[in-house]
Design a binder for this molecule. Sequence first.
Ligand SMILES: [Mg+2]
Length: 201
Amino acid sequence: MILDSALEFLKSPRTRLGPYNRCVPKTSPAQPLRPALFLDRDGVLNEDRGYVSRWEDFHWIAGARETVAAFNRAGWLVIVVTNQSGVGRGYYSEADVHALHARMAKDLADIGGRIDAFYHAPQHPDAPVEAYRHPDPPDRKPNPGMILRALSEWPIDREASLLVGDKPSDLEAALRAGVKSVLFTGGDLAQFLRIQALLPT
Ligand SMILES: [Mg+2]
């Protein structure tokens, strides 16, 4: 009985498969937009000791990991946008940057935190490495390239998003990308955002 009705269903014209009727949708359903927390790295997530490239030199800022996890729980995307001219200057490689970010991700996972994407800008106008030399690198903050790229690559609600940086150049990049921003002035990051009613509860 069940088999008969199944056969009937398959034979009906509506379900017969033709060359233009594959079982794969032509377009994926639109993903709902989510707010994104854009984070500068050095001076916001970790202490800025100048050209940090090794895990041994990486020290989380108090409350940074908890901040990431809190925004994760609230359904935000968390995206790092970091100038890394140390690459262009020849101090370390992009592989070193990726390795450090992978180590950060592992450490975050231990407390249930997740950074959805890392964008880094390795270029610098004076880079001795020619591949990284650019008179005005579009990705290097205060230029908004990394943020604009993230906005095009992720389902982000731009107007609901926020950038946290520790330098005016971070805030200028956010402004030019149309994203609200706040200047982190030090201390405990989670506490800082909580006081300003910016930390999701
Ligand atoms: Mg910084």
